[in-house]
Each structure stands twice: as C-alpha cells, then as structure tokens.
Design a protein around this ligand. Structure first.
Ligand code: SF4
Length: 245
C-alpha cells in the first residue's frame, strides 16, 4: 500500500469529517486501500448521505405554489436503511409546524399501526408526496404532485426499502401513475421501480390514509389486512389486533 501523502491525508480527513457531520461513523476502505478520498465510503451511511443530498437539492423550494403557505418544509423521517417505507400525501398543520411527517393525530394512529406490526417508528422511513402543506389541508393538485414527486422517488431510491405502503389514493396514484379509486388499488401488491432505480423492484401495498381512518374507524380492520400483507412479504409474523384508538 502506498503511504498517504500530506495532501491526501488532508482530503481524507475532510471527507471523514463531512460524513461525521451527517451522523455517519462507520467507514471502510474500498478494496482495502485508500489512494484517493473517493476510496473511503461509509458502510452504513450511503442512504443517509444521499437523503441529505436530496434535502440540499430541495433547498428553500419554490418549485410549486404550495411553498406559499408553508411554515416548514417536511422532508421525511426515519431509518435511512428501512426495509419498510410509508408514503403519505402531504403535511398537515402539526407537520407544517414541526417540520416532521405524521406527528399529529393521524401520525399517532400511524405510530400505533407501526407498533401493531411489531415495528418501531424508528425502524421505518416515512415521507409524503408533497413536502409543503396544501392550504386548508386540501388534496394536492396533480401538477403539485408531479413537481414534488421526483424528490420522493429519489428518497425511495436512496432508502431502497423492500416494501412500501402507500397511505391513501394520492400516494398510490402518484407512485403507480394510475388514477384508479382506492378501492380498486387495494387488495393486491405491485412491483414498483422508481425512475432510474437500479435495484430489484420494490413491493408496494396500498391502504387507507390514517386521517381517513380517524374519520371512519370501521375501515381499520381493512387497513390491518393491508398491513398484514406487507408484514407477510417482509417475514414479520406478529398477528395483533388493529389498534382501536
Ligand atoms: S411541495 Fe414540493 S415542489 Fe412544491 S414548493 Fe414544496 S417542496 Fe417544492
């Protein structure tokens, strides 16, 4: 192995510091050697670094009209290496205030659903189709979804989950590029491949949005069936009743 020159040592230190700023501490030398800074890559951190890069690319986004009413852009939250990703529609008032997805009442129900699956919220990754709150919580317009969703697609490609659960018709339609009703979209799985994604197709399931389940709790049993399909695919066997609160 060649000795490290002072300049290469400086460049490597800068790169390692950059990863540490991203919260990435597990690094390895590609091929057992470090002859350029590019030879040093994070083992656990590539998805986190990619997510950080996507967030930087969004910046203080004004690409669609939804930026006008936002307090905080809501990027996403959770484990960058999650096997399971939830995709919702867009932020509501609580999410807009805190800058995090699914933190209001619907978020509490989603947390309960995740617990019922035998998982913790920090095990999964959660993002929305649009990152800014639509006025009065209206459904995002198609052009708003089309403008924002490339960033969601990049998030999915970064996380590389084994399965996605689309929460509600807007998420399902945006991901699948079809305009069927939620009833027609449920009760089956899809092989989903984000644009320019190199990996295996991701198994996609569709269920009700938690906000809808708050309005119509009778559908929780149906949602639980959808989640159990995802659990079966992921090899999670924890049959528990759907939370009633
Ligand atoms: S919703 Fe998406 S595209 Fe529109 S302003 Fe917000 S971040 Fe940008």
């Amino acid at each position: 192995m060649k000795p490290l020159t002072p300049e290469l040592r400086r460049q490597l230190a800068a790169r390692v510091n950059f990863y540490r700023e991203l919260g990435i501490y597990d690094l390895y030398r590609q091929g057992g050697r470090a002859e350029t800074p590019a030879d040093v890559l994070p083992v656990l951190g590539l998805p986190a670094a990619e997510l950080e890069s996507i967030r930087r690319d969004l910046g203080e986004c004004t690409r669609c009209r939804l930026h006008q009413g936002r307090s905080n852009l809501v990027f996403g939250d959770g484990n960058p290496r999650a096997d399971l990703m939830f995709v919702g529609e867009g932020p509501g008032a609580d999410e807009d205030a805190q800058g995090l997805p699914f933190v209001g009442r619907a978020g509490q129900l989603l947390n309960n659903m995740i617990s019922a699956m035998g998982l913790r919220r920090e095990d999964v990754y959660i993002a929305n189709v649009v990152k800014c709150r639509p006025p009065a919580n209206r459904t995002p317009e198609k052009d708003e979804c089309d403008t924002c969703s490339p960033f969601l697609m990049r998030q999915i490609a970064a996380v590389q989950p084994r399965a996605i659960v689309a929460l509600g018709a807007t998420a399902a339609r945006t991901l699948l590029g079809i305009s069927d009703s939620l009833g027609a979209l449920r009760n089956r799985s899809y092989d989903f491949t984000p644009p320019a994604y190199q990996g295996q197709p991701i198994k996609l399931f569709v269920t009700y949005h938690p906000a809808y389940l708050l309005r119509d709790p009778n559908q929780k049993k149906e949602a639980w069936k959808d989640l159990q399909q995802a659990m079966k695919y992921l090899g999670i066997s924890l049959p528990q009743p759907m939370p009633t609160r």
